[in-house]
Design a protein around this ligand. Structure first.
Ligand code: PGA
Length: 256
């Protein structure tokens, strides 16, 4: 039985003060939905305040990215050693990092391995562009992204990971993939690639999220799919009402 996981990716929104006030408001409101794992991923600068405010609560903290080295001459970057004690999850391979920070399949794999080596749980993001989707390349491309991301990762480590399937054309566009389309890729490509790599038993335990224009109103559509275990959410995770709505919808859909 996979525990549903909803993660809010706040991207470059919220000062440390705003982020802390936000989570303080969230804590009592999310209490009834403990069957859903709840994660917030603030900008780096807000992580210490958010982490302190959430200590002793069930809400987990994640980082939006990480460097794969422990330290070094990497201006502007944050290492896994620096995140120790502050976060449990780290998103790696988000399409905005692949696009703006030159993340490649190789660096995403190195980041995932570094996160695991330092005791974090990576949320590994994959997904095709609109052009790839229209050219009918989605299955091959996403399958290859998953294989590349997991190179050198053991089955035991893979169980600690989460995959986020986020078609790039659906991110921040309001044009979400239907539940059926998301299920086809998540079940038919992501989980089956994981099964090729690790066997059905391990693949059946790894949680896979959908991401891309998820809102409280379409959450149920995803959560009612057999292979979709939650969502990675940008825009709709930035307001208290809609964040709570996402968690409530996920909880009701999974009956937990
Ligand atoms: P969105 O972003 O929910 O605003 O589409 C999703 C993401 O980038 O993780």
């Amino acid at each position: 039985m996979r525990v549903p996981i909803i993660a809010g990716n706040w991207k470059m929104y919220k000062t440390p003060q705003e982020a802390e006030a936000f989570v303080r408001e969230l804590v009592p409101l999310l209490q009834p939905f403990s069957g859903v794992e709840q994660v917030v991923c603030p900008p780096f600068l807000a992580i210490p305040a958010v982490s302190a405010a959430l200590a002793g609560t069930p809400i987990k903290v994640g980082a939006q990215d990480v460097h794969f080295e422990k330290e070094g001459a990497y201006t502007g970057r944050i290492s896994p050693a620096m995140l120790k004690g502050y976060v449990e999850y780290i998103i790696v391979g988000h399409s905005e990092c692949r696009r703006d920070l030159n993340d490649t399949d190789e660096t995403v794999n190195r980041k995932a391995k570094a996160a695991l080596a330092f005791g974090f749980k990576p949320i590994i993001a994959v997904g095709e562009s609109l052009a790839q989707n229209e050219a009918g390349e989605t299955e091959a491309f996403v399958g290859q992204q998953v294989r590349a991301a997991y190179a050198g990762i053991s089955a035991e480590q893979a169980l600690l990971t989460v995959v986020a399937y986020e078609p790039i054309w659906a991110i921040g566009t309001g044009r979400n993939a239907s539940g059926e389309v998301a299920q086809r890729i998540i079940g038919g490509v992501v989980r089956s690639t994981l099964a090729d790599l690790y066997g059905d038993q391990v693949a059946g335990q790894i949680r896979i999220q959908y991401g891309g224009s998820v809102k409280p109103e379409n959450m149920t559509e995803y959560m009612s799919q057999p292979d979709i275990d939650g969502a990675l959410v940008g825009g709709a995770s930035l307001k208290v009402d809609s964040f709570v709505g996402l968690i409530r919808a996920a909880s009701e859909a999974k009956g937990c």
